[in-house]
Write a protein that binds this ligand. Sequence first.
Ligand code: HEM
Length: 437
Amino acid sequence: MAQRETLGRPPGPRGHWLTGNTRAYEADRIGFLRRCHREYGDVFSYDEQTVFVIDPDLTHDVLTRTGHSFVTELAPFDMRRDLDEAGAQATAWMSARRATWPGLNRAASAAADGRTVEILDAVVAGGAGRELDVLTSMRAFTARAIADYCFGADARGVPGLLHDLIRATRPFTESSYEFPAWLPLPRHRRFFRAAGDLTEALTGIVRQRRASPAGDAPEDLLGSLLAAEPAMPDEIVTSTLHSVLMGGHGVPAAALTSVVWELARRPGLVGELRDEADGPVSGTAPLPSTPSTAARLPLAEAVVRETLRLYPPAWLMTRTARTATRLGDWSVDPGDDLLLNAYLIHRDPRWWQRPDEFDPTRWLSGRPAPGPAYLPFGAGPRVCLGSALALRQLTLATSRLAQRFAVESPNASSVALEFMGRLAPAGLRARFAPLGR
Ligand code: HEM
């Protein structure tokens, strides 16, 4: 106790007397954060309740203590910020999370290789060499891929509902202001309608499947959840699928958009990826045994890992302190929000050589494993549940795009990263011209 009293709140910019730092942050989010980092160090206050953290060890400390000292599930628009309710939801989610893992682990993810490639081919070939908005196309791919992973042939209609929900979520991710949910704003109505439509569709699929005779082995994630012991109630199965669909859609699409950005600017790298995909021991065709993609497609996987370093789609992770606690040399009060900045950690010259350079070779075998300064999938008990699937899907997609298409972009050299909900190059356009192989 005596020690806690010597701790204080981290320093930070005072900002405008009325609007605080919001206007400066909204004008240039990453520029503002870089300035604060330079001026105040790895931990700084943004306002009385918000602290940014750009230190790898402290970030891991917060992520590891999620569930005890910190919570992550404040419901959207919950202005009451009920920390006890958030803690109870976290406990319920952890048991659903454990039951979900067998359906998302490496072996289960590998079984989807063939469908991943088929869906990618269909979506990209559907663009038939036209110039496309890359993020929209990649979302079309990831929405179909994750819906197929969850429901197999029952997935029809789900990608469209996911698309609607992402669109309805956009106004909230673009702004730092939040209004109470009871305000009858059009954006609130759109969001609740889209979320309700998705839940209704998922409930229908779950009930129908539960009523049909079970096969020998689960063939999709829903089958695996329905086979879980002890049995999961239908509402938990539905809400778990909801989380997986949302987590497995927008974030990987943002990552793939950044991959395409790099491919469009690096014809030499595309050639090397093509050679690797055509090589004797690899190829993007599914293999009966399931070696890691790093064994089959080391360069493609290195491109994905490096892309996730330079452009982590989840560039900011949020936690709320549940109790008064210590963070390094600082004290944190209950209700304080901590914003953990993977983007700036991934670009910090203290942890990375040539941090702003895109260099996939840093991931090839023989190189040292990344330390705590690499966290595109988060860490601790709430680390990304889909990381095995994501790495696999993205590696296969990267390899396949390079192997089968010429990637040409009219604006790859002029677009910039958009630091909104999900980090991605804004407005990137590209043409995927089939190579006739
Ligand atoms: C490039 C692809 C992906 C990246 C970079 C990524 C990143 C992340 C990160 C950083 C978190 C933790 C957020 C936090 O701690 O606040 C997270 C959580 C999560 N991700 Fe992913 N993710 C990806 C793909 C996927 C996929 C494909 C799925 C579904 C199969 C998925 C499902 C989830 C779920 C369900 C959570 C919540 C876990 C929990 O709270 O217990 N993610 N993801």
